[in-house]
Every structure is written in structure tokens, then in C-alpha cells.
Design a protein around this ligand. Sequence first.
Ligand SMILES: [Zn+2]
Ligand SMILES: [Zn+2]
Length: 201
Amino acid sequence: MKMTIVYDNEVWKKGLKADWGFSCLVEIERRKLLFDTGADGGILLYNMERLGINSRNIDAVFLSHNHWDHTGGLQSLLGIKPDMRIYMPDFSSRPKEFLPDLITTGILGDMEQSLIIKTSKGLVVIGGCSHPGLENILNIARKQGRIYAVLGGFHGFDKFDTLQDVSLILPCHCTQYKQRIMKLYPKRAIRCGAGRIIEIP
Ligand SMILES: [Zn+2]
Ligand SMILES: [Zn+2]
């Protein structure tokens, strides 16, 4: 299982573009799911090309919430692959396994869904902006099993204690307290940025 940060406010790999927004490619068992699409289709496709990702090979898009910095690249992707499957936040507030090993938390707060991925090491949780509160998203995920990693935009999240049992933390995008989190969890929190790749065997 492999995750590649495609779009972020910061850059990890030289040659990629940073921009306000978030997108992460999840590759699991030959399936490719794009979590959010960033703000700008041009930048999204540019970064993908630089990372050797063929947008035609993406099977589906998962949209966390309807904010421009997460949906902005969608039109460009649909221009390339009009029949792309899109998992939008529907009106269900229940967790649901919509593809094997891929679970949506269902809608929380003001129409945001987060993604839970089952891996050999435990669950990986990806949040777009985590507007409903990362601690609430983690609580839902914990009902599905042990959380191994969490990444994405954590917004104003400051309940840092709730990360205590998480092995890998990537505060990305709009996370207000990136430095605090890195300082509190120096061994487990790592810098996020476009081009960063996380692999879980
Ligand atoms: Zn955002
Ligand atoms: Zn947002």
C-alpha cells in the first residue's frame, strides 16, 4: 500500500509545486484512489506528471468536502477521464466500506467525510481539512480498529493527546499547529509536502 502526497501547501520533493490545497494518491492492491484534487487542475496534473503518475490510470476520486482547495482539480481530471468514479460526501453519517479495505467515515459536521484505509499495520486515516475536528474523526476510526497513521489537513486541531497512540503522523495542508505536533511527537510526526511518499508493506 502506497500513498503519495500530490498536492500540498508545502513541497517535499524538489521540482514540484506547492499551493494551498490537498491531494493524496492511495494505491492499494492495484487500485488507485485519489483523495481530493487540490485547488488547481494545472498544478495537480503538473505534480502528477513529475511524480510519474498517469492520471488515466486513476480508478476513482474520493472528495472529502466541497471546498475549492479540495475539489478544484476535479474538472481537469474529468477532462482526461470523463468516466472517473467519484465518491462524494453523500448524506449518510455512517461509516461504510465502499471498496475493499477503503472505508468512509460518513458525513461529520458540516458535510465532510474522511477516509479510513485498512493496512497490515493498522488503520490509516486521511482527512481533508478535518473541519469536524480531527479528534472526532479519530474516534470514529477507532471503532474500526487500531489507528496506525493519520495524515491530511488537521485545521485548528489542538487535542494533541488524542494522537498518543498513533504511530505515524503527517500534519499537512491547513494544519495550524504543525510545529507543535512535530515537537510533541518528534519520532512519529514527519513533515508533509508534495512528493512525500509513505509505503506500508
Ligand atoms: Zn482545505
Ligand atoms: Zn475545507
